[in-house]
Design a protein around this ligand. Structure first.
Ligand code: HEC
Length: 172
């Protein structure tokens, strides 16, 4: 039940941010930090790399990406013959557009093939980590993180643990 609530919240976010469609994507530079999470000047989540060490969310996004997305989108956000390079997509998609596609999916049908982006809005393993995925892909797009597992990273902030527990419905 908790997971379903979380998904409803995710859908609400998507609806809420919908009007930002077609705006230019913001500069990924971090200008603000809150509980170990970084934000750009438009208040969208972003990465921070300091002396080769990444923020927690970039590292977490790396792990989530490679469990949920890489089979179609290729390792390290590089793309494949089936699905686009997401490290490039996040340079042109707004945060709202990114959330929308991941939550609702997309189907591209043409005469020779059908490429399907599944809807992940009801999958807590994606929905609960959507910012992590976005932040990691922005870091890849900006070449702030290479094609490797981030070796050094911040510890998991208590705020990240709390958000995860409530999204996943873990009882304390
Ligand atoms: C089953 C294969 C598959 C999986 C798994 C998958 N995708 Fe996709 N995704 C696609 C395809 C195919 C497209 C292109 C659809 C189209 O052309 O309209 C796509 C498109 C996208 C787009 C739009 C890109 C753009 O440039 O417009 C985003 C964002 C995206 N996927 C994110 C993700 C994320 C994040 C994950 C992991 C949680 C993921 N996808 C997992 C197949 C997949």
């Amino acid at each position: 039940m908790r997971a379903i609530l979380c998904v409803a919240a995710f859908a609400a976010v998507v609806t809420f941010v919908h009007p930002v469609f077609a705006e230019a994507p913001p500069d990924p530079a971090a200008v603000k930090e809150e509980d170990g999470k970084y934000f750009d000047k438009e208040d969208n989540p972003t990465f921070k790399v300091t002396n080769g060490s990444t923020d927690w969310y970039t590292y977490s996004g790396y792990r989530r990406y490679h469990s949920e997305c890489h089979v179609c989108h290729g390792p390290d956000g590089e793309g494949s013959s089936y699905a686009p390079a997401l490290k490039e997509s996040v340079k042109t998609l707004s945060y709202g557009e990114f959330l929308e596609v991941v939550a609702s999916g997309r189907k591209n049908v043409n005469t020779s093939h059908t490429n399907v982006m599944p809807a992940f809005g009801d999958n807590p393993n994606v929905a609960c980590y959507i910012d992590d995925l976005y932040v990691y892909l922005r870091a890849r797009g900006a070449d702030a993180v290479g094609r490797v597992r981030p070796a050094k990273h911040d510890d998991k902030p208590p705020a990240a643990q709390q958000a995860e527990d409530s999204c996943m419905g873990v009882k304390k």
